[in-house]
Design a protein around this ligand. Structure first.
Ligand code: UDP
Length: 231
């Protein structure tokens, strides 16, 4: 089975932190290693919240701030490729936005060949355009690599009807549709990503990535996290 895993930049730094945290990255690599060893073919889209988010660079115009954010995703991808390889895992980076020795252009034949060869595919550079987020990039690349499911790796154990941190009576929703998620204004993914999932009929699983084995359990179909389905 082909799977896209969307990992936010903060998974590399720790929540609210910047940069790279060795323990966090070690954990991330070990969770991905488990699913690779179980035979899943994995694509990863990395965010850049640990380095720069366009929105944080308030003194710049958005189109420039977002380019800086996009470059952050490239840095994260290179970092992760190195860590995967140091742990004996094969990884390739695909991106449209830079020309660097370690990075291949997004090319469907190359993506297919890399999947056949069991490489972890790291897609960097978002959608290649400002004004989008890496959630939307995850949906786009998921479709391009033929993934059946997108796992959104978060720090909460699923989708709630309201923010569980602020409201103790928030209720977890195990299954819902994209239309329901959009109607309820749930901030699991941005509206563009939701709309694209709905159009392409891609299933999204929202999990607590920081609970060990949850990624593997979710892929095996165990009852963890929340599932967002096409209508
Ligand atoms: N970004 C962009 N276009 C894209 C994807 C990302 O301009 O298609 C920029 C944007 O500035 C964003 C940053 O890259 O803030 C990092 O992405 P994101 O905020 O999704 O990272 P995460 O919060 O998941 O770490």
């Amino acid at each position: 089975m082909r799977v896209m895993v969307k990992i936010s930049g903060e998974a590399l730094s720790g929540e609210g932190n910047k940069g790279f945290d060795q323990e966090k990255i070690k954990y991330l690599v070990s969770e991905i290693e488990k699913v690779v060893k179980a035979g899943y073919k994995i694509g990863i889209v990395t965010g850049a919240g640990n380095l720069f988010r366009g929105i944080e660079l308030k003194d710049l115009s958005m189109k420039r701030a977002d380019q800086i954010g996009l470059l952050g995703t490239i840095m994260n991808a290179i970092y992760l490729k190195d860590r995967f390889e140091k742990n004996g895992l094969k990884a390739k980076i695909f991106s449209q936005i830079v020309n660097l020795p370690d990075i291949e252009k997004v090319n469907y034949d190359s993506i297919e060949a890399a999947l056949q060869d069991n490489f972890i595919l790291i897609f960097a550079g978002g959608t290649s355009n400002p004004f989008f987020t890496t959630d939307t990039a995850a949906v786009l690349r998921a479709q391009e690599m033929g993934a059946e499911i997108i796992v959104k790796a978060t720090k909460v154990d699923g989708v709630y009807d309201k923010d569980p941190k602020r409201f103790p009576d928030a209720k977890k929703i195990d299954r819902l549709t994209f239309t329901e998620a959009m109607r309820l204004g749930l901030k699991v993914m941005d509206a563009e990503a939701f709309a694209l999932c709905r159009k392409l009929k891609i299933v999204v699983k929202v999990i607590n990535f920081f609970e060990p084995n949850t990624l593997l359990r979710a892929l095996k179909g165990e009852k963890v996290g929340s599932t967002i389905l096409p209508d």
